[in-house]
Every structure is written in structure tokens, then in C-alpha cells.
Design a protein around this ligand. Structure first.
Ligand SMILES: Cc1cc2nc3c(=O)[nH]c(=O)nc-3n(C[C@H](O)[C@H](O)[C@H](O)COP(=O)(O)OP(=O)(O)OC[C@H]3O[C@@H](n4cnc5c(N)ncnc54)[C@H](O)[C@@H]3O)c2cc1C
Length: 457
């Protein structure tokens, strides 16, 4: 319970306008894009690192749980304050502090929206590769805490590959810095990689130095449809296996495509059992050669239609379908469960077969959406939590999908993280000693367990 005295101490640090504790405000910070909800006691909006540090000193002395929040787009319950306490929302720390393309970095505060950074970089011919589907709303702090990926991470890598340095406020309120503005830096432990993906359980990101890269000379997008989902999936492993590394390789099944068509009317082929959206980038001539090879592989797998786009407008049209997928699923049922299993690319066809068999067995609808080139799949099940029988089937189906992914050499999450959604499944991929090691790390940096308690360990 936060007393009036503590409330006033925190208000003295951040100002009255940056403190919320009325029930109608708190409810807005009780959930993310997953299913669980829990009310905080207060929401605090720091504007500087010093303010974050000041709040943490009080929280640490009073053992108040603190859960960081960016935009709340997590799909695993990561920012849900399950032990109450304070939600520390970084939306007011949203400044791009420096862009230096000569030395290829940008320095940002954690509340910067990913797409705003992209917009700021564009005129200089540079970009920041991590591109989660939520990039127009999610924050760099949230992206770092979740080690977010996205379509073009197939070629370019995920968030952790772009962190040069971090400023972190620890549970104690101490301010620490790791890394630097140098592309090469092996001075000490690479602690920024430990923080990346730690979901706000080890420290609070208050500033980040990010690597940025030049935009490619040419980009080409292909949309290829297939009459058979098996051949769609096989094309993925055939293309990757032939040595081509597209920037993005997205797969949508017929259910997903029809849901998009019903909602957006984009003129997509409703008969197609599977669709691949493939983007290649680099030098123009190389892109053309790769496109020819990709089309050959697709034709060998009985592709039925191939659309090519070179101009930004045509490419945007092809991407509209993929980007609207989550939104249209939200119209199908009161709830959607979107999971994030990842398997070796060679196992993509088998994993898709298993997803379909398992969901059929439980009488559930499923849309398969995948960053297929890196084996990262999002089976989306629309359902209703209030329908107890259906919901029990959803849980059972996911238990089996997780087990199948692990059996095929895969893992629980490629990009969405663990949060509340997957903590109970961790023993499927980690032995007790590995779990204990995570607990040791947590206890060393947050001995009282006040940072995002109830997650991971
Ligand atoms: C439509 C949609 C599409 C999506 N597509 C993708 C995708 O393609 N790839 C992908 O990886 N994810 C995707 N996501 C999931 C989500 O957008 C990402 O996990 C994103 O990185 C979360 O950012 P956020 O700012 O919303 O963070 P939040 O959801 O607010 O928080 C996420 C986690 O980060 C912690 N956190 C936030 N800020 C800080 C900070 N400053 N310091 C320490 N910890 C902090 C929180 O405590 C929490 O644990 C998608 C979500 C939606 C709704």
C-alpha cells in the first residue's frame, strides 16, 4: 500500500501532473495486448533519468513493486503489474537525442516510438532494422526489453543486434551505463545483451545508443500464392536452403488471407491455400537475379500466381495485407491468442501440419501467420474466454503446439517474449540448473524482487 507520505515524496520528484492514482486512470494501465489484467496502485510518468532513479530509491526502500511500461503492446502480459505497486510509464521520455550517420548510431530515450525513429532517419538514407508489426505504436524501451523482432529481422537480425550501449536505472536507483558509441566494444561483460529481452525484470532502460545502417539501393517485393499449404512451406525451406537470404519472408494461410479479404477487400486470391510475401533488398542487379531464383523455386513448388512490386507504392499495397492481419483477427472473436513458437526452417512444413492437426482435433479455427524465413510462427486462434469449453480446448491445443515445436527442435518464443503467457512452459526448454542461474542473476541485481515481479522467475 502506497501511503500519502510516499505519494507526496514521489510527486515531489516527478510533479503532480506525472502521477495518476484514480481508479478510472489505473484501469488503462492494467493490461496489454494479452489476456491478463491487474491494477497498479499508481502510474508515474518520469521525464528524466534522475526522476527514474529518485522513484526507484523510494520504491526500493519501501519494497514497492515497479513495472515499466512503454506502449503496452506486449502480447505476453509482460507489462501487466500482477503485484500492484507502481507502473512506470516511459511515454514522456520520448526524445531522439542524437543521430550521427557518419558514425552510424542514434541515441534515444526509451519512450521514442520505433516508427518515429525510422522517420527521423529516412532523410539521411539510414534506417534502424528492427521492425515489429507494432512499430507505429511500440516504444524503443519496450522493443529492447522484449528483444523485439519483425519481418526484416530475417536478414538484419533482432533488437539485441542493434544495441551499442544502454543507460540503466537499477532497482536500487543507481544509474549504470554499458557499451558506447563504438561499433566494436568488448570492454567488460556485454550487459546490454542481458538487459535486452529481460522484460523490465533486471533494470529500467533510460537511454539507448542504437546502431543504424544505410538503406539498401533497391528493394523488390514478391507476393506468391500456392494451391497447397505444404508446397508454400516447402518453398520457404527451398529458398532459404538455396543460399538466398531475403530481407523478409512472410507466410499467410488461407484462413488468414480470407479474414483479411473479408475485412479489407484487397483483391487477394481467396482460393490460395498459402501465400508468401517475400522482400529482397541490396544492389539492383543482385535483387533481380535473386527474384528470378525465388520464382524458379516457387514454380517448382506449383506456385499459381506471382506479383512483383518495385515501387514504394506497389510494395506498400502488397504489405497492407500482411500488416492488417492482427487487426482483422480481432474482429473474428472476443479474444485472440497469438503464439510465437519458432522452429528450424527445415521444420516449417511439419510444424504447420501439426498446428492444423492439433487445432482441427479441438474443433478450433486457426490462422497461420509466420515470419517463415526464420521459422517464427504465429498461430492465431480466435476464441471466446467466456466459453469455458472452447477456452479449455484453446489451452490444451497450445500445450500441444508448444510441445510439438520443442519436439521439432524449436522453442517457445521467437520475439514476443515470456511474460505471463509462457512462464509455466519454460521447463520445456530449460533444465533446473538453467532456471536456477536465471534466478541467481535476478537476485544479484534485484535482491528484493521489486522489478516487474511475477515474470520469468
Ligand atoms: C499488432 C501487434 C503486432 C506485433 N508485432 C510484433 C512483431 O512483429 N515483433 C515483435 O517482436 N513483437 C510484436 N508485437 C509485440 C510488442 O509490440 C512488442 O513486444 C514491443 O516490443 C512492445 O513494446 P511496448 O513499447 O509496447 O512495450 P510494453 O508492452 O509496454 O512493455 C513490454 C515489456 O517491456 C518492459 N519495458 C517497457 N519499457 C521499458 C523500459 N524503458 N525499461 C525496461 N523495461 C521496459 C515492460 O515492463 C514489459 O515487460 C506486436 C504486438 C501487436 C499488438
Amino acid at each position: 500500500m502506497i501511503s500519502d507520505k510516499i505519494k507526496n515524496e514521489i510527486i515531489n520528484i516527478v510533479g503532480e501532473a506525472c502521477w495518476l492514482d484514480r481508479p478510472e486512470h489505473l484501469v488503462c494501465y492494467a493490461y496489454d495486448a494479452f489476456l491478463e489484467e491487474a491494477l497498479p496502485e499508481a502510474v508515474v510518468f518520469p521525464k528524466t533519468t534522475r526522476e527514474v532513479s529518485g522513484v526507484m530509491k523510494i520504491a526500493s526502500a519501501q519494497q514497492i513493486p515497479v513495472t515499466a511500461r512503454g506502449a503496452g503492446t506486449s502480447v505476453c502480459g509482460a507489462p501487466v503489474p500482477v503485484r500492484g505497486g507502481i507502473v512506470l510509464c516511459f511515454s514522456k521520455m520520448d526524445k531522439i537525442l542524437e543521430i550521427n550517420t557518419r558514425d552510424r548510431y542514434a541515441v534515444v530515450q526509451p519512450g521514442v516510438i520505433n516508427a518515429d525513429l525510422q522517420k527521423a532517419l529516412a532523410p539521411s538514407g539510414f534506417f534502424y532494422p528492427p521492425d515489429p508489426g507494432s512499430m507505429t505504436i511500440s516504444t524503443i524501451g519496450g522493443n529492447i526489453a522484449q528483444n523485439a523482432g519483425g519481418p526484416r529481422c530475417l536478414k538484419y537480425g533482432v533488437t539485441v543486434d542493434y544495441i551499442l550501449g544502454l543507460e540503466i536505472v537499477l532497482a536500487s536507483g543507481k544509474i549504470v551505463r554499458f557499451g558506447s558509441k563504438n561499433v566494436k566494444d568488448v570492454t567488460g561483460y556485454r550487459l546490454s545483451s542481458l538487459i535486452c529481452g529481460s522484460e523490465g525484470t533486471l533494470g529500467l532502460v533510460t537511454e539507448a545508443i542504437l546502431k543504424v545502417v544505410p538503406q539498401p539501393e533497391a528493394v523488390k517485393t514478391l507476393m506468391i500464392t500456392f494451391k497447397d499449404l505444404d508446397y508454400t512451406a516447402k518453398s520457404v525451406s527451398d529458398i532459404i536452403g538455396s543460399g538466398i537470404l531475403p530481407a523478409a519472408m512472410e507466410l499467410m494461410d488461407q484462413f488468414t488471407l480470407n479474414a483479411i479479404e473479408d475485412s479489407a477487400g484487397l483483391g487477394l486470391d481467396r482460393e490460395a491455400r498459402g501465400t508468401l510475401l517475400i522482400e529482397i533488398d541490396g544492389i539492383k542487379e543482385a535483387c533481380e537475379k535473386e527474384a528470378i531464383k525465388i520464382i524458379e523455386k516457387a514454380r517448382a513448388n506449383h506456385a499459381v500466381s506471382i506479383r512483383e512490386a518495385d515501387s514504394p507504392e506497389d510494395r506498400a499495397e502488397l504489405w497492407t495485407a500482411r500488416r492488417s492481419a492482427y487487426g482483422v483477427f480481432a474482429k473474428l472473436a472476443p479474444d485472440i491468442v497469438s503464439e510465437d513458437i519458432t522452429v528450424p526452417v527445415s521444420q516449417v512444413p511439419e510444424m504447420i501440419r501439426r498446428i492444423v492437426t492439433i487445432t482441427d482435433h479441438y474443433g478450433l479455427r486457426v490462422g497461420v501467420l509466420a515470419h517463415a524465413g526464420d521459422g517464427n510462427m504465429h498461430p492465431l486462434i480466435p476464441a471466446d474466454r467466456n466459453n469455458k469449453e472452447e477456452w479449455a480446448n484453446v489451452i490444451q491445443a497450445y500445450d500441444e503446439i508448444f510441445a510439438a515445436a520443442v519436439e521439432l527442435g524449436g522453442t517457445l518464443s521467437g520475439e514476443h517474449g515470456i511474460g505471463l503467457a509462457k512462464t509455466e512452459y519454460l521447463p520445456l526448454v530449460m533444465n533446473q540448473d538453467s532456471m536456477d542461474f536465471m534466478k541467481t542473476v535476478k537476485a544479484a541485481v534485484d535482491p528484493d524482487g521489486i522489478l516487474n515481479p511475477g515474470k520469468f522467475v
